[in-house]
Write a protein that binds this ligand. Structure first.
Ligand code: OAD
Length: 234
């Protein structure tokens, strides 16, 4: 169990593992999205320049899957934690699905963007809600300025979203919990060691992550099984 005192400030970092029990594939490991395709082909600015159609196909496929997924008890437990802790909880997710929101979380920060949002690749119009799945043969959507519409996703080589807000929350937290993330993609992989200089750090997932030495303790198991009974209010 993880005890939370009335003065604790809690930072939660989630990764693909928390959505695995909702039927969405992770990236690495068996059945992972990066098992049968290369990051460079679909998730970089260079891929977009080379073959935007292929990139849209990849994200359309993920939109289809995510639009059918439902939150699992792990997402629900984190929404309950937010209701209890209010602004003493900061939830940062690397996931681009909307399962935290579907479970009732109000303030998830999506550092890698959101699957159901798109934006112009060129002009300053803000991102907009977009649940379309573009057929491979269809023309790519265009902005009113004439440039192409791209997924509102942080690709490899781009700067993650809301980094200033994230580091402020990391500097303030006394308790850090990473859930379902393999600990290999920066900058998120370094959040635990950053937080450890100030407080306790925990990991939840079926296997130890690559950055396991940054954690005070690892709880090995599935997020949906462990999270509902993991937190104790002191
Ligand atoms: P990974 O696929 O690298 O890691 C998923 C982790 O979830 C693994 O460590 C699994 O052990 C764990 N896991 C699997 N089932 C689980 C369950 N039921 N409960 C809890 N944990 C479980 O995914 P991420 O670490 O999220 O970035 O990947 C980080 C980033 O790399 C992604 O946001 C994405 C990817 O490339 C971009 O696309 C920019």
């Amino acid at each position: 169990m993880i005890g939370i005192s009335p003065t604790d400030r809690v930072f939660i970092l989630t990764g693909a593992g928390i959505s695995a029990e909702s039927g969405l594939p992770t990236f690495r490991g068996e059945g992972g999205l990066w098992r049968n395709r290369r990051v460079e082909e679909v998730a970089t600015p260079e891929a977009w320049k080379r073959d935007a159609q292929l990139v849209w196909e990849f994200y359309s496929m993920r939109r289809r899957a995510a639009s059918e997924a439902k939150p699992n008890p792990g997402h629900t437990a984190l929404a309950a934690l937010e209701r209890t802790l209010g602004d003493r909880l900061f939830l940062c997710t690397q996931n681009v699905d909307n399962l935290h929101e579907q479970a009732g979380t109000r303030n998830a920060v999506h550092m890698h963007g959101e699957l159901f949002k798109s934006r112009c690749e060129s002009c300053a119009l803000p991102p907009f809600d977009d649940a379309n799945t573009y057929e491979p043969s269809a023309a790519l959507p265009r902005c009113e300025c004439g440039a192409r519409i791209r997924p509102d996703i942080c690709w490899f080589g781009e700067v993650p979203y809301d980094v200033d807000q994230i580091y402020r929350a990391l500097n303030e937290c006394t308790l850090f919990v990473a859930i379902g993330t393999s600990g290999v993609v920066e900058p998120a992989a370094s959040f635990a060691s950053h937080a450890r200089s100030r407080g306790r750090t925990f990991y939840v997932g079926p296997e130890e992550p690559a950055n396991t030495s940054a954690f005070t303790e690892c709880f090995l198991g599935k997020a949906g099984a462990l999270l509902p009974d993991l937190f104790r209010y002191e």
